[in-house]
Design a binder for this molecule. Structure first.
Ligand SMILES: C[S@@+](CC[C@H](N)C(=O)[O-])C[C@H]1O[C@@H](n2cnc3c(N)ncnc32)[C@H](O)[C@@H]1O
Length: 266
């Protein structure tokens, strides 16, 4: 069972001021990189948006010609914002569902028509909240048609690793430019981390990069692209609250494919 912190009103209000909530894909730092990992065309595709937030990716997918989008999130706040931003006269192709991905991704009694029904699955910064990642990945694998692609971003494991995360003032090179250090520790100690974020105790799950890759391969995916996003010099996609970190990876991005010859793993 997930924490569902986005249904806490003060947390949701603070998060609503974040660029990806105010500007959608224009405010999502890692979006330009994620976009290159998606299929070149979404025309007539069926799409899953996992942890859809306010639905900016779902609307974009429909605008690109997707036939239908199933967008799911555990948070009622997020889903009501998503519905308000997606008027039915324009976005009737999006179905929003309240789903805790730690419990289920698709319905328990999977409609045979829903099995292998999606061409593309997407998830922006949601999977690092899941305790049962492998079970969710298995469901995503099952829901994709052969040849289907799963593209996602998560907080970079360098960020989720420390038990007591926080930047330090730099003392050596870069100190004069106001750079700060991110002390890395506990990288191989996977599991829950509780961090103070936007004034709330937020629970996330730390996994190593190799764990993400292993989990994908275990459920049957072929990993296609592994990439990382971090702030580069003069980067307009830097979050305004972030310190000058001297260029460390912020997000991990992965695409994985259900091979055409893949036997369903369930
Ligand atoms: C950082 S926001 C990202 C939203 C959006 N995908 C984006 O890229 O901007 C994380 C989202 O994941 C959702 N989420 C977290 N845990 C979840 C779970 N167990 N099941 C479904 N959604 C979850 C949250 O409610 C929130 O909307």
């Amino acid at each position: 069972m997930s924490q569902n912190i986005y249904d806490s009103i003060p947390f949701f209000e603070s998060y609503s001021k974040y660029p990806r909530m105010e500007k959608g894909l224009a405010g999502a730092s890692e979006w330009p990189l994620l976009e290159t990992m998606l299929p070149p065309s979404l025309v007539s595709k069926t799409v899953l948006d996992l942890g859809c937030g306010d639905g900016w990716f779902s609307r974009w997918a429909l605008d690109q010609g997707a036939k239908a989008v199933c967008a799911m999130d555990v948070s009622k706040n997020m889903l009501s914002r998503a519905r308000a931003l997606s008027p039915p006269d324009q976005y009737s192709g999006i179905t929003f569902r309240q789903v805790d991905m730690d419990i289920e991704v698709l319905s328990e009694k999977l409609d045979p028509e829903e099995e292998a029904a999606y061409d593309v699955a997407f998830s922006g910064l949601a999977l690092h909240y899941l305790v049962n990642l492998e079970a969710a990945l298995r469901q995503v694998f099952r829901s994709l048609s052969p040849g289907g692609l799963f593209v996602f971003s998560v907080e970079h494991p360098i960020f989720t690793a420390p038990q007591r995360p926080g930047f330090n003032k730099k003392t050596g090179a870069g100190a004069a430019q106001g750079q700060q250090d991110w002390p890395l520790s506990s990288y191989f100690a996977e599991g829950e981390r509780e961090v103070n974020w936007l004034g709330a105790p937020v629970r996330k799950q730390h996994r190593t990069i190799s764990s993400y890759l292993k989990a994908l391969r275990t459920v049957g995916f072929e990993v296609v692209v592994v990439d990382e996003w971090g702030v580069s010099e003069d980067d307009s996609r830097k979050h305004p609250d972030w310190p000058n970190d001297g260029g460390i990876p912020r997000f991990l991005l992965i695409s994985a494919m259900k091979r055409v010859d893949a036997a369903d793993s369930l």
